[in-house]
Design a protein around this ligand. Structure first.
Ligand SMILES: NC(=O)c1ccc[n+]([C@@H]2O[C@H](COP(=O)([O-])OP(=O)(O)OC[C@H]3O[C@@H](n4cnc5c(N)ncnc54)[C@H](OP(=O)(O)O)[C@@H]3O)[C@@H](O)[C@H]2O)c1
Length: 338
């Protein structure tokens, strides 16, 4: 396999930094690395570390994509919308983590464990789904294949680093300020203090009272699983956890699915690890699922509230949203592009 020239758009951010690690860990055939970021990073002379070497950061601009084979996008919606079409014009194929193209009809939205076959239909851009969507869908997929998923009720508990480097730094700052009993000051990028708190808002609200993050679970879930009628009720909450998102998921099916059958399916599912011995205090937690690639599933049980005769289960899952929720999923897609 010939080595590729790989650019990372947003190489200095939370996701971009993890992409460097994921490329290296998975032995992706990178011949030349082109780390791209803002003028701030270039003027500061920033470098990124890749395979034991310092690689200077370059300015993200259309000309930077000349000669690039694959672009991994780890920047804002706006920047991705502006620059990735320029990369495609110059012959690159892009795997993008932003929301910019996810619902476009000609852009595959891919979780490789679920719909890797969709990658073949790309026109230069493949989108990586929202992180909470990936973490929920990886364990839901084998259950759907067995029993036919119809409805989801989800609550997410999303880590501060889901809001990028600024979110992570802000949680650290607030935690220090609380400990030192200092004034909190401005809480950017969060609308409220996150340390010692929960914030039931990620993104803006629509006219129905749902946030943009909550609607991603429905709209992206439908597209990835090819289930246009899937019904989803999602509540997304930012929690004072550094890394790794958690989700409580209740799922309804058309066909019967017992807890034991679900457990067996999940134990055999790619990308999933069953961690479920509640009597011994063993279940997934974000501290344990940070910095690894599997989605841990536990607290698997029957949905007590489902109507008589209905097929419904409830479980809890945690996964590292920077790895499987972003960087690793993107590198897996890039592996399929090879
Ligand atoms: N964080 C997560 O858990 C997560 C999970 C899934 C998807 N995503 C998505 O992944 C993307 C990246 O998120 P992130 O969390 O990694 O963000 P981040 O930590 O804030 O990093 C943003 C990156 O974009 C670069 N950038 C910002 N403004 C720029 C400009 N004007 N020109 C060129 N580069 C610019 C930054 O470079 P400088 O350092 O030079 O500013 C940095 O490399 C977003 O679309 C996000 O929604 C994030």
């Amino acid at each position: 396999m010939s080595d590729k020239t790989v650019a990372i758009l947003g190489a200095t951010g939370v996701v971009g930094t993890q992409m460097l690690v994921s490329l290296e860990e998975r032995g992706f055939p990178v011949g030349r690395l082109v780390p791209l970021a803002s003028a701030r990073s270039v003027e500061a002379g920033r470098v990124v570390r890749f395979r034991g070497e310092d690689v200077p950061v370059e300015l993200a601009r259309p000309e930077a994509f000349e000669g690039v084979d694959i672009v991994l996008g780890a920047a804002s919606d706006e920047l991705a919308g502006k620059l990735l079409p320029e990369a495609v014009k110059r012959g690159a194929t892009c795997v993008d983590n932003s929301h910019a193209f996810r619902l476009d009809a000609d852009v595959p939205l891919v979780v490789p464990e679920i719909n890797a076959a969709d990658i073949a239909g790309n026109n230069g851009i493949v989108s990586n789904p929202n992180c909470a969507t990936i973490i929920g869908l990886v364990p839901l997929w084998p259950l759907h294949q067995a029993a036919g998923l119809t409805r989801l009720v989800v609550s997410t508990y999303q880590a501060a680093s889901g809001a990028g480097m600024a979110g992570l730094r802000e949680l650290e700052r607030e935690t220090r300020a609380v400990a030192a009993d200092e004034p909190m000051g401005q809480t950017d990028p969060f609308a409220h203090q996150l340390a010692h708190n929960l914030i039931p808002q990620i993104g803006g609200f629509d006219e129905m009272g749902y946030t943009s993050e909550e609607m991603k679970m429905q709209n992206e879930g439908r597209k990835i699983m090819h289930l246009p009628d899937l019904r989803v009720n999602c509540t997304c909450v930012r929690v004072p956890v550094a890394r790794s998102h958690s989700e409580s998921i209740t799922c309804e099916f058309t066909r019967p699915l017992s807890v034991d059958q679900a457990r067996e399916l999940l134990e055999a599912a790619p990308g999933v690890r069953v961690v479920d011995d509640p009597a011994a205090g063993v279940y997934p937690m974000p501290l344990d699922t940070s910095d690894q690639d599997l989605i841990w599933v536990g607290r698997l049980r029957r949905d007590l509230s489902a109507p008589e005769g209905a097929s419904a289960l409830t479980f809890w899952c945690c996964g590292d949203q920077i790895r499987k929720g972003a960087a690793t999923n993107a590198v897996q897609i890039a592996e399929h592009l090879l």
